[in-house]
Every structure is written in C-alpha cells, then in structure tokens.
Design a protein around this ligand. Structure first.
Ligand code: SF4
Ligand code: SF4
Length: 533
C-alpha cells in the first residue's frame, strides 16, 4: 500500500468531518466498534489460599522451561509456567487491590489517575492481553512435567486447572475449537459427538467378528463386585476399541466377577475438568451416585484419564464407597498373589510410554513394568525419558482440540524417541495416548506399531492375538469363498460346453458320410476324392 493509498483509507484526523455522515446511525456503529471493550473481571477471590501462595511461590528460576514438552514444539516464552504465573498476577493486580480500586473509581479524575499510574507503575490490562494469556493457559497438556521439576514444588496441574476455571467463569474460556467437546459431553455424554446408543455398538460388532466370546456382562444384572469402566475413547473410537476388547478377554480368562454399565455408562467428565468447565461437578455427582448404588468393591479402568479423574478428582466432590484402580494395577495385584500367570510367550522388543495421568499424576510407574517383565519373551527397552520424566504425547488437557498442530508435533517427537530404542512396538496403557501417539506414527510414517499393554496380557493368556486370529480366519473364509466361486464358475462353464457339444452332435452326424454296408465310400466321397487330385 502506497502512502497515498493509506491516506485515502485512513483520512488524517485533523480533516474536518462531514457533518451529515457524523449524524447518521453508521457513524454511531463505527464509534461503538472502535470503543475499547472493557476487560471482564477474573474472579481471583474464588482461588483458595493454597493457590494464592503457589502463585507467589514461583521464584522465576526457569527450570520448567527446559522440560515443558509444549515449549519444546512451540518456543514461545509466554507459554512457560513462570511467564503464565507472571501474566496472571499482572491481570489480577490490574483488577484487584488498593491501586486498582483507585484507578477504577469514578470519583478520581483522569489527571490524578495518570499521575498515580506513572508514579506506581500501574498499567491497565487490555482485552487482547487477557485473551493472549487465555490462549497460552490452554496451550498446555496439563502433563505435570513442570510440577516434577519445580524446586518450589508448585502443584502446577491443579493450578492451571483452577486458573482455567476462573477464566471460564469470566467468559474467556474454553477456546473456540474446544467448545465442541463441551457441547458434545453435555448433549451426548461423550466428547466424540456420538449418539448415546452407540456406546455399546463396539461389543455387538466384536462378538459378531469373533473378537470376544460373549458381550460384556452387565453389572446391574450380575451384581458383580468389580466394575469395568471403559471410558468414551475405548467405546467410540474404532481404532482404540481393541483396548476394550482385550480387557474383556483378560477378565473373562481370569474369571473375574466383573460387570459393565453398558448403555448407562457416561463420560467421566475429565475433559470438562481439564478445560476449567464447572459443569464437570454435575457429571461427577451423577457418576458417583450411580457407582455407589452398585455395591461394588472395586472400579477398574483401562483409560488413564478416566482412572486419574475418578481416583483423584471425584473424591473432591463426593465420597466413593469403593477402591479405584487402573486395570494394570489390578492385574499387578493378581500377579503378586499368583492368581495371574502368563503361560504363553509374546516375543517382541517393545518400548513403554508412561501416560501422564497414570505415571506422574498417580505414581503408577511400577505396575505396567512388572507385568511386562512377567510376560515371557517380552523385551522392554526404556526410552531415555521415562517414568516421571516421560515426554507427554500431547493428547490431554484439551490441547489436542485447541492446538492439533502442536499435539501432532509432540507425538512425532515421542515416536522418534521410541524409534531410537530399536523397539518394533510402542506400548502404553491409555486409549488417549494410543490415539495421540498414533497421530505421530501416521504423520511421520513410522514403522513402529502402536499397542496397548492389554494386548500383550490377552495374547499371553490366550496363546494368540484375537485380532490376528480373527483376521486370519476372515482371510481363510474369504479365500474359501473365492475358491468355491471359482469351482462353481468352472463347473458352470463345463456344463455349458457339454450342452453346446450336445447341440452340435446331430449336425455333425448329418455332415458325416454314411458308411455303406459293403465298406465302399459313397458317390459323394468319390466326387470329393476326384477334386483333390
Ligand atoms: S503441565 Fe506440561 S505442558 Fe503444561 S506447562 Fe507444565 S510442562 Fe508444560
Ligand atoms: S520451575 Fe517452578 S519456581 Fe521455577 S520458574 Fe518454573 S514454576 Fe517457577
């Protein structure tokens, strides 16, 4: 744009305005659009004392910077914990306290406000600055790595979730792309925008495909003592349903008194909690009431996200009358008591990815390793970043919905680390990690195969991989069908030829020369013989 162009599109402010235009409704609209939108109040008073102390505890040492997996892929200084804390405090100071009170008062004149602002270094926060902070707050997978390395022991995951709660209350969150998750949970009780009735579709299909012998037992009928909570990802994602299938086969093989909720299962509400939506409490209460009414001793889940939420976050809302375990922990206990043994080898070189919600969040590092070590033939090769330093795949905390590009890069980074171990398979025990890492495998066209730990347990117990067996049987069936079709076609072709041959025969008979009784050729033959000469 030339200087002249700019002048045309932006007339100089000292130019006399056209009075007739100024008085029209159009000018009023323009004025309203140009007016500075006031910043909505962030209800900092809703933070409890622990969080306020934590905000003050950050020493700005920067240790978290070198560990944050999001910063690793999007090196923006504003993303790191110390900066987020500083930015939040700046917003809070601009809206609260003695100085903010003076600056917001109608009784104090603008000149005095200007002097106070200059002397005290007070700065008004703009809506754009708040929105930028909000975006940075959501560009985080709540993986908890910063919490592990923080010398001030700041409980960052809960702090980020609490700050997101305030942001949602003020009407600034969640981010636009994350709103679909919320709407889906509220409408369908799952974040995948799938109808409620579709929750048990996978099991009917799995039985038909001979992946499970029978559909999962319904706990409301069997009154079993162990509730298996599948979670939304394993129930609805076609690629991840194998986690549910393998878990069912394990529990059936071990003759566990388990049961499932079937169509009555609802989202655990984790996605709402992580994004700061207060609606999570309603979902938590509904689930707690339903779980408690079953009279169960234990709730198990093969999803690390559901497990962490039910085990750690539900008790903040209501009392649980049962124990909550991740399936691998449940199996590790059976392994210790000798009720679980692994009869068949699984000869593979694998590397293990600790899900953030099972590992860092709840300390579940040993159970999966104990199981892998007990399976004959399974060779575990650790990645350099493992256990509490496991590099997040980016699938949690609403990051995948809000920043899919960053999640994809985080997953690729983790897949690269897995490849460097020389393992042929990458294993985890969380449908979310499975889904997240699969993105990295596909984008980087990696040779490594994604697995859930339940696959190895089921294979060792049954002596075969149900999916490979079903695929082999389906292939054999297909080939047998193709062979039958070919045989049928051949038979039909033969029949057709025979029919044609039969039709031809009388004509041939007519054209054949009649053989005379004395053995001499007919006069016709003689004529033909003469022609040959
Ligand atoms: S929780 Fe994880 S992603 Fe979020 S700031 Fe901390 S290290 Fe980074
Ligand atoms: S490691 Fe902890 S104390 Fe240091 S900058 Fe990060 S959040 Fe602050």
């Amino acid at each position: 744009m030339t200087k002249e162009d700019k002048m045309v599109s932006n007339p100089p402010i000292n130019e006399t305005p056209d009075k007739t235009i100024e008085q029209t409704g159009e000018s009023l609209v323009l004025e309203a659009e140009n007016a500075i939108e006031p910043v909505r109040e962030i209800p900092i008073h809703k933070l409890d004392m622990k969080r306020l102390i934590e905000l003050d505890a950050c020493t700005r040492c920067g240790e978290c910077l070198s560990w944050c997996p999001v910063y690793d892929q999007d090196a923006k200084e504003d993303l790191i914990p110390r900066r987020k804390i500083m930015d939040f405090l700046r917003i809070a100071r601009s809206q609260n306290g003695f100085l903010a009170g003076i600056m917001k008062s109608d009784k104090v004149g603008d000149t005095l406000k200007g002097v106070i602002a200059k002397v005290c270094g007070y700065k008004e926060i703009t809506k754009e600055q708040v929105e930028e902070f909000v975006s940075n707050l959501y560009e985080c997978s709540t993986c908890g790595q910063c919490e592990i390395v923080c010398p001030a022991h700041i409980d960052t995951v809960n702090l980020w979730e609490e700050l997101r709660r305030l942001i949602v209350m003020a009407g600034y969150g969640p981010l636009e792309p994350q709103k679909a998750l919320r709407k889906s949970v509220m409408t369908f009780d799952n974040p995948w925008q799938q109808p409620r009735a579709g929750r048990t579709k996978w099991s009917r299909r799995a039985k038909k495909d001979k992946l499970i012998a029978q559909e999962p037992r319904e706990i409301k009928k069997t009154k079993g003592k162990v509730l298996l909570f599948f979670g939304c990802t394993a129930s609805y994602d076609a690629n991840v349903k194998q986690v549910a299938i393998n878990t069912i086969n394990i529990l059936e093989a071990l003759n566990i008194d388990y049961g499932v909720l079937g169509k009555d299962e609802k989202c655990c509400g984790s996605v709402l909690l992580r994004m700061g939506d207060p609606e999570h409490k309603r979902l938590f209460r509904e689930n707690i009431d339903q779980f408690n009414s079953l009279g169960i001793d234990t709730l198990i889940s093969s999803c690390s996200g559901c497990f962490k939420t039910i085990m750690q976050d539900y008790p903040k809302v209501g009392k649980l009358n049962f124990e909550v375990l991740h399936t691998v922990e449940f199996l590790a206990r059976l392994l210790k008591t000798g009720e679980l043994t692994f009869p068949h080898p699984v000869n593979k070189d694998v590397t293990y990815h600790d899900p953030c919600h099972l590992g860092r969040a709840t300390g579940g590092f040993d159970a999966p390793r104990m199981i892998m070590e007990a399976i004959p033939g399974l060779n575990l090769i650790e990645m350099p970043r493992n256990r509490e330093y496991s590099r997040c795949c980016g699938a949690g905390g609403g990051l995948k919905a809000g920043f899919p590009d960053i999640q994809g890069r985080m997953a690729q980074r983790r897949v690269k680390e897995a490849e460097e171990t020389g393992a042929t398979e990458l294993v985890s025990c969380c449908p979310f990690c499975y889904q997240g890492l699969q993105v990295g495998i596909s984008v980087s066209e990696s040779h490594i195969v994604m697995k859930d730990l339940s696959a190895y347990v089921a294979q060792s117990l049954l002596g075969y991989d149900v999916f490979e067996k079903a695929a082999k049987e389906a292939e054999e069936k297909k080939q047998a069908k193709a062979k039958k079709k070919l045989e049928k076609e051949a038979a039909e072709a033969k029949k057709k030829l025979e029919k044609e041959a039969e039709k031809k025969r009388p004509e041939e008979n007519i054209s054949e020369a009649p053989i005379q009784e004395d053995g001499q050729a007919s006069s016709n033959d003689k004529e033909l013989a003469g022609t040959d000469k």
